[in-house]
Design a protein around this ligand. Sequence first.
Ligand code: SAM
Length: 273
Amino acid sequence: MKYSFYSKKAILEVFKTYNGVLQKRLGQNFFIDPNYVEKIFDIILKKIPKKVTLLEIGPGLGALSHLLKDEYDLYCVEIDPLLCKVLHQHYPEIHLFNTDILKFFQETKENKFSYIVGNLPYYITTEILIKVLHLNHKKPIKSIFLVQKEYAEKLLEKNNSISIYVHNFATINKIFSVPKESFFPMPKVESTLIELDFYPEPKCDHVILEKILRMSFRGKRKKIQNSWKMGEALISYETLYQKAEILGINLNLRAEQIQPSIFYELALQIQKA
Ligand code: SAM
């Protein structure tokens, strides 16, 4: 079936027909520009082999899903029951789960998705990303996500804790930006399509890395040794100091001045101990 929601009018009408309201708090910004949808679809086709099992997070009214369903074994997870009803009526062939994606991942003992895509709801981008990074059994191979432009820039910057954390699992590339006018309701900022290519194994233990990053980045503009001493010792200061000395880390630098690779080496040293 053709996609019939590429306008503000059509979107508002469908909510009226189904006796519901558009929920901004769920990050509902629907695509209304078919050119960008096709551009993203083409990228996905180029980068993800056809016919594989593909998970789409937050399909909404199906802007991307209606194209993806013909090329992939498509699974969609959508929290809004109204949108699930619309999707099911228009595209019954999609494997559709009406639940919170965080819960879906939480309850997934053995992940079966090597490929995950989505125009992510901005209010839980980090939570979704972390859940994807932590998937086990079958580790994801590639993800293609549309996220807020500022968030993508943060991930690509490499000298902040979320970027260092994500780069422990995957490389991140910017594909292209999407103007805010491509959506209804129009969001405040542009979006950026990013691609994550997962390593077969993370560079270091993520639990240790998270503790190091929390301790290192908690003091704004502080030398790293002062940040370490500021709050709760998630890892003892003595251990950190001793391992930092082995690695020759200059403790007078601020966390954002230190190369990301140093944080992975530090975690590996602590792992070995
Ligand atoms: N894919 C559609 C598009 O591009 O037009 C909609 C994208 S919209 C930015 C995000 C979608 O994620 C919405 O449909 C929203 O209802 C859904 N969503 C929000 N929170 C969710 C959650 N916790 N779990 C699953 N879906 C969620």
